[in-house]
Design a protein around this ligand. Structure first.
Ligand code: NAP
Length: 290
């Protein structure tokens, strides 16, 4: 579809942004939905975030995705934020209402829970081990606690960062069973082996350093567990290979990426996005990179 006077714009802001897979995924969905919208990637310097958000408001964009390093900085430029943004202090989706108000959402945690659900899994009533304590670990730990996990253990190389994530989860959800462990040692082994759902939120195993030891030894994993890895390049990471060998069920990171984007598109359009089309576009774009 060639742009015309009715074409509306939506996009993603980040710095840098060239690596983003969102345009491929979102434009494939827009085509299938028959929406006369175009999704673009905007490289926005950190000191220009306010200008970029004001531009979206003034030009009447449908909305924006927000990626690193702007997820926290956009918040002061929005009119309203939802509960996830309030708790986590980061937004990845901005919706512009027809009146020009800007609403902030964070779809990462919900996207992850949907990716589990499409494999028939959930965290409700289950013990969860989150490995890592960076930006994605915060969203995932919070979402699992909010979605009814019976306990959440946060395991990280830098234990102080795990403490900070645990404090956030305790302060913003009703879950009291939140524990912390350093990555190496017996406590981590017990938490990982005892968990029903193990979620790797570290960057260990990401291409091009994909042929490394998994973030936890394969011997810590077992049959009956669900092991999810947020890293999506490669799709089957070293941790997921170890999970397969241990007889655990694995969930790759592509599902979360697709679903967080699909939830954003649902906010913007009010329609159910074509998730399989988005997944195919994402996998195609990933394959083209190698
Ligand atoms: P981040 O904020 O930079 O956090 C990275 C985490 O990895 C930290 O906890 C860090 O530990 C840990 N780490 C890094 N190298 C390590 C090593 N060699 N050994 C042990 N731990 C190590 O990153 P993020 O934004 O949370 O992203 C993490 C991963 O998730 C990336 O691969 C990213 O691509 C992926 N991700 C995927 C999705 C999706 O939709 N599938 C969404 C978001 C992120 P320290 O605290 O000790 O440094």
């Amino acid at each position: 579809m060639m742009p015309d006077t009715q074409t509306r714009l939506v996009g993603v802001i980040g710095w840098p942004i060239e690596h983003s897979l969102s345009p491929a995924m979102q434009n494939a969905a827009l085509r299938e939905m028959g929406l006369n919208w175009t999704y673009l990637a905007f490289a926005v310097e950190p000191e220009r975030v306010g200008d970029a958000v004001a531009g979206a408001r003034g030009l009447g964009l449908v909305g924006l995705n927000v990626t690193i390093p702007h997820k926290a900085a956009v918040i002061e430029h929005l009119d309203e934020i939802d509960e996830s943004v309030e708790a986590l202090g980061v937004a990845n989706t901005i919706v512009r209402t027809p009146e020009g108000r800007l609403l902030g959402h964070n779809t990462d945690g919900a996207g992850f829970l949907r990716s589990l659900a499409e494999h028939g899994h959930s965290v409700g009533g289950r013990a969860v081990a989150v490995i890592g304590a960076g930006g994605s670990a915060r969203s995932i730990a919070w979402a699992c606690a909010r979605d009814g996990a019976s306990s959440v253990a946060i395991i990280n190389r830098t234990v102080e960062k795990a403490e900070a994530v645990a404090d956030l989860v305790r302060a913003t959800t009703p879950l009291a069973a939140v524990s912390v462990a350093p990555l190496e040692g017996r406590e981590a082994q017990e938490a990982v082996s005892g968990a029903d759902v193990v979620i790797d939120c570290t960057s260990v195993g990401m291409y091009p350093k994909h042929e490394v030891a998994p973030v936890v030894p394969g011997e810590w994993l077992r049959e009956g567990q669900v092991v999810a890895d947020l890293t999506y390049n490669p799709i089957e990471t070293v941790l997921l290979q170890a999970a397969r060998r241990a007889g655990a069920q694995s969930v790759d990171g592509a599902g979360m990426l697709v679903h967080q984007g699909a939830i954003s598109l649902q906010y913007w359009s009010g329609q159910e996005p074509p998730v399989e089309t988005m997944r195919a576009a994402l996998l195609g774009a990933l394959g083209a990179r190698k």
